[in-house]
Design a protein around this ligand. Structure first.
Ligand code: ADP
Ligand code: MG
Length: 217
């Protein structure tokens, strides 16, 4: 019998609550990052989206994982605004499609769900690695995830610990980059020397996943 942990609907619900908590806690920090290279609204935008998800969560609890993620996508698209709303919305929609019909997720399933989310963001925003966007946190995080699975690591908490580190480093590594996508690209070389807000919120979302895994195994 496999002792591997499976990810349930309850984990997904707890992730959404933890994501809202971490985003709210970092709302001012994210907005401050966006004030350096954007229009000082990223924390406000994404806090509005996750707060709305939490406000509607009771009505979502009877739905499947795929339906919950799809509802989150719709809420994010309609409430977050800016560039990040449609991008995170697309990420959740792609994740929803990947989980359709599944009641539980294995660690491989989770990697595939996250890969779909990243592919959704890249298809929508046309950003590739190194353009100083959320892709710079998510892509290295998923590369680290994949490497752990290939190395035989099946421990979700341990995998996510490494994934979070990679996402955090990815966000930090946006500091020397020049933005070539989104609002920050208007600054050209003046975007250099600042951490990307979207990469930072993406790192925080991985942190939320990790916190749930630590708490619930
Ligand atoms: P806006 O820039 O419209 O005010 P936000 O402030 O909410 O939107 O989000 C800004 C973040 O969105 C950036 O820090 C960046 O990470 C992300 N972003 C912007 N454009 C793109 C893109 N084309 N692809 C991926 N991410 C992007
Ligand atoms: Mg902004």
């Amino acid at each position: 019998m496999s002792m591997e942990k499976l990810i349930t609907k309850q984990h997904v619900i707890d992730f959404l609550m933890e994501a809202q908590r971490i985003i709210a806690e970092n709302k001012d920090y994210l907005t401050q990052l966006d004030s350096a290279i954007g229009d000082a609204d990223h924390g406000i935008n994404i806090d509005r989206g996750f707060s709305k998800i939490i406000a509607q969560l009771d009505g979502l609890k009877e739905k499947s994982i795929g339906e919950i993620l799809k509802s989150c996508a719709m809420i994010l698209i309609s409430t977050v605004g800016g560039a990040s709303g449609p991008l995170y919305g697309t990420a959740f929609l792609s994740a929803a499609n990947e989980t359709a019909g599944k009641e539980v997720l294995s660690v491989e399933d989770l990697l595939n769900v996250l890969k779909s989310a990243l592919n959704g963001i890249k298809a929508r925003g046309k950003a590739t690695l190194g353009e100083k966007t959320m892709v710079d946190a998510i892509e290295p995080a998923l590369q680290a995830f994949e490497k752990e699975l290939l190395d035989g690591n099946r421990n979700l908490t341990r995998i996510l610990e490494i994934v979070v580190k990679a996402a955090e480093n990815g966000a930090k590594n946006t500091i020397p980059l020049r933005a070539t996508k989104g609002r920050a690209s208007y600054l050209g070389n003046r975007s250099i020397g600042h951490q990307d807000p979207g990469a930072t919120s993406s790192y925080l979302l991985f942190k939320a996943m990790y916190n749930v895994a630590v708490r619930e195994g």
